[in-house]
Design a protein around this ligand. Structure first.
Ligand code: MTE
Ligand code: MO
Length: 209
């Protein structure tokens, strides 16, 4: 078992998929600050506002009418575990753009995810618009578990086999996501204000600010 794990880890390193300072995990650790919020469908909404042509508000029912995609991601946590080829499903931001529901203003440059209990996480707009970001509802074919963000989380991961300078640590995806605020100027999120690096790029090991 252990030998096998080492072999897999060695292979990932040889393939250049293991960022510096990371180790392989096959578990899915749970990490967050504060309690797990309850989901109440009658009060839940998903909002988009700020530097967009028109604000958007969707109920859980409406959100689930949007087309969903399946994606695989390599996840890199700043606490030094990495998990590879994880299988997710959710709504791509591109789907919101294509449906005409969200039109970023030309001056929009950043997006801050707003979650339950005032949690937030900031990212540059180009990362949010890329395939590495997903509004995730399912993991391994099942709805998210409460501790991993049910009913909706912002998820940011690396695309397997496609190492990029835009790969950022997992903290930059907000569990229990309730909205996206588009911004013209960057604003730090919860962990960034607590001392984590503002950009959090994994290949540069941007762990603390
Ligand atoms: N709402 C919320 N989302 C959050 C956090 C949090 O504290 N609150 N922590 C982040 C951090 S630091 C990490 S590493 C990942 C962990 O996701 P996981 O628990 O699914 O592994 O969630 C991120 N999203
Ligand atoms: Mo974290």
């Amino acid at each position: 078992m252990l030998a096998n794990r080492r072999e897999i880890e060695e292979k990932l390193r040889r393939e250049g998929r293991m960022p510096p300072g990371q180790v392989l995990t096959e578990k899915f650790p749970v990490l967050h600050y504060g309690p797990i919020p309850a989901f109440d469908e009658s009060h839940w909404d998903f909002k988009v506002w700020g530097a967009v042509e028109k604000p958007l508000k969707l109920t859980w029912y409406e959100f689930n009418q949007l087309p969903k995609v399946k994606r695989q991601y390599d996840l890199h946590c700043v606490t030094r575990w990495s998990k590879f080829d994880t299988e997710w499903e959710g709504v791509a931001i591109q789907a919101l753009l294509e449906a005409g529901l969200v039109k970023p203003k030309p001056e929009a440059k950043y997006v801050i995810q707003r979650a339950e209990y005032e949690f937030s996480a900031n990212l540059p707009l180009d990362i949010v618009l890329s395939d590495r970001f997903l509004l995730a509802t399912h993991y391994l074919g099942q709805p998210l578990t409460p501790e991993h963000g049910f009913p909706l989380r912002g998820l940011v991961g690396a695309i397997p086999g496609k190492v990029s300078d835009q790969d950022v640590y997992l903290w930059k995806g907000a569990k229990w996501l309730r909205g996206l605020e588009f911004l013209t100027e960057d604003q730090k999120g919860f962990w960034e204000l607590a001392g984590y690096h503002n950009e959090g790029k994994v290949w540069k090991e941007q762990r603390i600010g």
